[in-house]
Design a protein around this ligand. Structure first.
Ligand code: ZN
Length: 376
C-alpha cells in the first residue's frame, strides 16, 4: 500500500504526496538495505531511481546554495536552518535533523522551503551572525527601529500641529478654540497623517484641543524668547526700552523692549509685558530689575535706558532711571526718541492748522504703508 506525505511551509505530515512502491524501498531503513545489497545491485538501483526521477538531482545545488545532500539515503538538509533556524514543531525536524527524500517532488519541496518564513528568518539570522550580531541583538535592533519610526511619525504630527498654532498666532486668531477647526480643515483637504492621528490616536494624546493650542503657543513663546535672551547675553552691551499703560481691563502693564548687538549690528525686539500693581517708580523699577535678573542679563552690560519723560521715569532722585543706575552704573537715561517725536508733533499740530493737516495726511500715509507691508 502506498504511503502518503504532505509537506507545507512549516510541516511534514502524512497525507498528500503519493510515493510508489519504488519509493517505499527508498524510505526504508537504509542500513538494512546496504547490508543485504551488493555494490552492483546498489548501483543499478540508483541508476534506475535517477532515471525515474526518484533520487537527488545535483543541479538543485546550483539553484539553492544552502542545500546539503551527502547521499540519497540521508536525504536533503538546509545548511542555514540547521545552524540558525528556529523551525516550528510541526516541521518535525524536516531539513534540519531529518533529511527530505521525496525525490519525485524534490524540486517543489525545495521551492517551498526556500520561500518558507522560518527559512527566511534563518537567512536573516545568519547574515546578522556573520556581521557579529546575536539573535538577541537583532531583535533589539528591530525593536529600536520600530521605536525610531514611531518617534519620527509622532514628531511629524507634532510639527504639523505646531505650524498650525504658529500660523494662528501670527495671523492674530482671536481664540484657541479655532485650532480644532483648523486641524479639521487640513484633514478635509487631504492630510492623511493628521487624519490617521485623529481617528486612531490615543484619546488623551490628540493635541487638537484649545488647551493643547494654548500650551503649544506657550512652548513657541518660550523657544523664541530663550533664543533672544541667549543672544542678548552674548552681546557686550544692551539697553532697555520700557513704557507703562493700561489694557482694556484697566490692568496696568509695563511693556519691555531690548536693543543689543549681533555681529556688531544693532538688534531690537519687544520681549515682555509685565503686569504691575502700581505705576510708581519703586514698583516699575523693581519690575525691570526682576526682568533683567530672571532673563539672566548682566547689569554691568546695561548701557542705556529709554523711557518717556514723566517724572516717574525721569526723576533725578527717585525716578526709575535713577533707581536702575544703583545696579547699572553705566545705564544712561535717554528720553525716548519716539516719545519726543510724538510730543513735538502734538505741539506743532497745535500751533499751526496746516501742520496739523499735513501730519494727519502723513499719519494716514504711514498707516497705508504699514498695512501694505503686513499684507506683502
Ligand atoms: Zn532553510
Amino acid at each position: 500500500m502506498a504511503k502518503r506525505f504532505f509537506y507545507s511551509d512549516d510541516s511534514l505530515t502524512e497525507n498528500s504526496y503519493t510515493i510508489s512502491s519504488d519509493d517505499e524501498t527508498d524510505v526504508q531503513d537504509s542500513s538494512t538495505a546496504l547490508t543485504t545489497e551488493s555494490k552492483e545491485a546498489k548501483r543499478r538501483r540508483k541508476a534506475k531511481s535517477y532515471k525515474a526521477g526518484l533520487s537527488f538531482r545535483p543541479k538543485w545545488k546550483e539553484t539553492y546554495d544552502w542545500l546539503l545532500c551527502e547521499s540519497s539515503d540521508e536525504g536533503m538538509f538546509c545548511s542555514i536552518c540547521r545552524t540558525h533556524g528556529q523551525p516550528p514543531s510541526s516541521a518535525k525536524g524536516a531539513w534540519t535533523v531529518r533529511g527530505i527524500r521525496n525525490w519525485n517532488h524534490g524540486a517543489e519541496m525545495l521551492k517551498q522551503h526556500n520561500s518558507s518564513q522560518w527559512h527566511k528568518d534563518a537567512v536573516v539570522a545568519s547574515q546578522h551572525a556573520a556581521s557579529g550580531r546575536t539573535v538577541f541583538g537583532m531583535q533589539l535592533a528591530g525593536v529600536r527601529k520600530a521605536q525610531e519610526e514611531k518617534r519620527l511619525k509622532n514628531r511629524s504630527i507634532i510639527l504639523k500641529l505646531l505650524r498650525s498654532v504658529y500660523f494662528m498666532a501670527k495671523e492674530h486668531f482671536p481664540h484657541p478654540t479655532t485650532f480644532t477647526d483648523l486641524v479639521g480643515l487640513q484633514i478635509e483637504n487631504g492630510d492623511d497623517t493628521l487624519k490617521q492621528h485623529v481617528e486612531s490616536g490615543a484619546g488623551n494624546a490628540q493635541y487638537t484641543s484649545s488647551f493643547s493650542c494654548t500650551n503649544m503657543i506657550k512652548a513657541i513663546d518660550d523657544w523664541i524668547l530663550n533664543g533672544l535672551h541667549s543672544s542678548i547675553r552674548k552681546s557686550s552691551y544692551f539697553s532697555i526700552l520700557a513704557d507703562e499703560s493700561q489694557d482694556i481691563t484697566c490692568q496696568e502693564e509695563l511693556s519691555v523692549c531690548c536693543r543689543w548687538l549681533v555681529d556688531g549690528k544693532p538688534e531690537e525686539h519687544f520681549l515682555d509685558v509685565i503686569h504691575v500693581k502700581a505705576t510708581n517708580a519703586e514698583t516699575l523699577a523693581k519690575a525691570l530689575t526682576d526682568f533683567i535678573e530672571t532673563t539672566g542679563l548682566d547689569f554691568e552690560k546695561l548701557v542705556g535706558q529709554g523711557y518717556d519723560r514723566a517724572a516717574t521715569f525721569s526723576g533725578t532722585k527717585t525716578g526709575v532711571g535713577k533707581r536702575i543706575r544703583t545696579r547699572a552704573a553705566h545705564a544712561l537715561y535717554v528720553h525716548c526718541s519716539c516719545h519726543r517725536l510724538q510730543l513735538a508733533s502734538v505741539q506743532a499740530a497745535a500751533s499751526n492748522p496746516e501742520i496739523k493737516k499735513s501730519i494727519r495726511n502723513d499719519v494716514k500715509f504711514v498707516e497705508i504703508v504699514l498695512l501694505l507691508s503686513q499684507k506683502s
